[in-house]
Design a protein around this ligand. Structure first.
Ligand code: PLP
Length: 394
């Protein structure tokens, strides 16, 4: 008889956004004249930049002519896309070979797929609060999950604990949901730890383009020794507004070798066996987003989100509310006022100020008394939300 993967049943049903939507809908049904200010979901609100739109148009035109038509693409990525990623990293002083870059349909897909490199007998260390996919994908794979609270005392950047043995380590910087950005110093401690434990860091750099401080690495590969123990997963979703497009990349260095086996070679085998890659049109658009001109243009959207973050953090400063992030990050992780728990605070903000945020409890137990505000909202709504926060708490 077929044996199914019952690990799926061990995932705590993630009701976070369903519940947020339900409570918002119920509020609007009861108050049909009100407008909600949405600072909850991490989806973007600004359109794609001109370079990307032109690349999309020209790629579609290419597909209409016999001479320029493309069928299946190379599974690991087109030469143009891989070259664009390699050039993009050069500005952080990071050099790759093209074969170390793999195109993907987005970071979330990769977070699930990448676990096929590892056997079921591994453990995964997740500093929390965390993007829920780290825990859920490892539960599905049957891995033991170790939850490591990242505490406010450390500005929510977790430090390694040599008393814990972990095989796969998740680091996300700048972090979703806490907005914490890991310094060189803290990241180098993690690289040392991973090498000592012979484990692998999966570094999620989805929010790298929000970094403004010089002392915050954009890539784990800026750290010495990282090529022997790290994989980087990144996405164009937030860097270039690709949430609805689906294109990202993963970097697996040639030096990443365990038991004499190259993980780069294994991943190449994986991709060429179980995917047919990403479409020509999307890879062309992705390469345009990463080009110098594309970056110049798409930074305008990032600047709008950074301004939103500034509006919200200024309001919290004026109200003397403790928060983390908001700088180097599109997320603000605020302590709920008056020791409210995160769902009570959600209801309070919804009912008193018509603001929808995300309760911290959805990102792990240690988020119970915190609340995430997203800077990806509409700028006018964000200004209004800042005013309403000040009216209530100043
Ligand atoms: N990693 C983190 C930390 C995220 O917050 C998100 C999306 O919000 C993702 C990965 C997924 O990104 P993508 O849209 O590329 O699947």
């Amino acid at each position: 008889m077929i044996e199914i993967n019952k690990n799926y049943l061990n995932i705590k049903k993630s009701y976070l956004f369903a519940e947020v939507n339900k409570r918002s809908r119920e509020y609007l049904e009861a108050h049909p004249d009100e407008k909600l200010l949405i600072l909850g979901v991490g989806d973007i609100t600004q359109p794609l930049c001109d370079s990307v739109i032109s690349a999309l148009h020209s790629a579609v035109d290419d597909q209409s002519k016999k001479e320029s038509f493309h069928g299946y693409m190379p599974e690991c990525g087109s030469d143009e896309f891989r070259t664009a990623v390699v050039s993009y990293y050069k500005k952080f002083g990071v050099n790759f070979e093209k074969n170390e870059v793999f195109v993907s349909s987005g970071a979330l897909d990769e977070l699930g797929d990448i676990l096929k490199l590892f056997s079921d007998n591994n453990s995964a260390l997740v500093p929390e609060p965390a993007y829920p996919a780290y825990v859920e994908t490892n539960i599905i794979s049957g891995h033991r999950v170790i939850h490591l609270p990242a505490l406010p005392e450390n500005g929510f950047t977790a430090l390694p604990d040599y008393g814990i043995d972990a095989d796969i380590i998740y680091l996300c910087s700048p972090n979703n949901p806490t907005g914490a950005a890991y310094s060189y110093d803290v990241l180098s401690k993690w690289v040392e730890y991973a090498k000592a434990k012979k484990s692998i860091i999966i570094f999620d750099a989805a929010y790298e383009s929000f970094i403004v401080d010089r002392d915050i690495p954009h890539s784990i590969f800026e750290l010495e020794g990282s090529r022997q123990c790290c994989i980087e997963i990144c996405s164009l979703s937030k860097t270039a507004g690709f949430t609805g497009m689906r294109c990202g990349y993963t970097v697996i260095p040639n030096e990443l070798v365990f038991d004499g086996i190259s993980l780069n070679a294994l991943w190449t085998q994986n991709r060429t066996t179980i995917t047919n890659g990403v479409s020509y049109v999307l890879q062309k658009a992705g390469a345009a987003a990463l080009s110098e001109e594309g970056q110049r243009q798409t930074k305008q959207a990032v600047k709008i989100y950074q301004k939103n973050a500034e509006v919200l953090t200024k309001a919290l400063d004026e109200c003397k509310i403790t928060y983390y992030g908001g700088k180097n990050s599109p997320y603000i992780w605020m302590r709920c006022p008056n020791d409210m728990n995160s769902w009570d605070f959600f209801d309070f903000l919804l009912n008193k100020a018509q603001i929808v945020g995300t309760p911290g409890a959805g990102f792990g137990e240690c988020g119970n008394y915190y609340f995430r505000l997203s800077a990806f909202g509409d700028p006018e709504d964000t200004v209004l939300a800042g005013e309403r926060i000040k009216d209530m708490f100043k």
